[in-house]
Design a protein around this ligand. Sequence first.
Ligand code: 5AD
Ligand code: SF4
Length: 441
Amino acid sequence: MTDPKNFRIKSFGCQMNVYDGERMAELLAAKGMKQAADGEDADLVVLNTCHIREKAAEKAYSDIGRLKREDGSRPMVALAGCVAQAEGEVAQQRSKAIDIVVGPQAYHRLPELVGEAASGKRPVDTDMPAISKFDAMPARTRVGPSAFLTVAEGCDKFCTYCVVPYTRGAEISRPWSDIVAEAQSLTERGAREITLLGQNVSAWRGEDEKGREGGLELLIRRLARIDGLERIRYTTSHPADMDEGLIAAHGEVEKLMPYLHLPVQAGSDRILKAMNRHHTAESYLKLIERFRAARPDLAISGDFIVGFPGETDAEFEETLAIVDAVGYASAYSFKYSPRPGTPAAEMEDQVSTHVMDERLQRLQARLAEHSLAFNRSKIGQIFPILIDRRGKKPGQMIGKSPWLQSVFVESDAAIGDMVEVTIEQALPNSLGGRLREMVDA
Ligand code: 5AD
Ligand code: SF4
């Protein structure tokens, strides 16, 4: 295999993988490689994979099969992300087409590993080194109007269904000064919105320039002082780590958007305990109440799992009850998927696929009712949206509302513009608006 000249990166799964994909692209570009254009053949394909559910993990392997070219040759393939971390060299035994295996904590070494693969080796790097990969990476170059910024990685919560503590490792917080510098550099390069990322972002701790220790609230208040940065978001939070300061920030920091992704997973206390969630349905609802007291228009979003081992019909009804009690603006819901090495995979009473399908359908129908109701509540309102992509129809642009809804609008605005719209239409997953004025281009 020769040295690759161009590359393509395909990211699956969560927003952190999107962020990691961008960083890997920056690393390869810094070594003189070019990103392959759409439809162009790439010499190197990086599959940045997700291991959270079985379906996501299997997708990596089915994608590899499709990389073979008509003449029988294939590109150099790097398996990156959480499947790489979980499977290590076993991945290369499963598929001969995998030249490189690189875990989420080792991808700063990707250019080096590409060199090794070009000289005929099949390198595997799933180390979780003490020295942060972030220190070994070039400055940010790939920036859109809305940018991701990883501030914390890994998770120490050990929910019994979840692979993240094993694939992403122990919880670490990036240092304050690195985060502030990266946010500044993203803003200088055109980002107007930054989403702070962490598998458990609410557990972020650090020290500011004066040596004061604090949590995510302190960081958000500092980032809000960056000129040109207009919107701050963060995700994903754990209900057991939300403190008074962060709640207060939602009422006080104007740039902090009125949106909170706070997964609850299930509504039954027995199931929450078996999941090792460290909260009850009631403590979760009380927490939401406190957030809403600080910011009454807050949009709440959540994650749900149906069919956790042992979940009865009555316990599933409690999930529907918590959905009604919160009135989620948006949500992600999944069928439980047993993951190798997690405690829940060994539990008795695994729920049948048929029952899970039925529960998921009912849950999703209920969630859709709530998001439609939330979206309808915006009809007639006027607010700014940040344009982030083109619509399918000519002259149509799509932007994000403060509550993270996609808003369709006829406008000659460009990507990155903030425009003010009047909302005229609500669908379950989007809003339709009419342009009022350009706030500023
Ligand atoms: N099965 C199904 N869903 C899962 N999630 C995490 N692990 C599993 C699993 N084993 C869901 C949770 C989490 C989201 C990122 O994925 O809802 O919040
Ligand atoms: Fe998938 Fe979780 Fe890894 Fe993200 S952190 S890529 S969601 S397994």
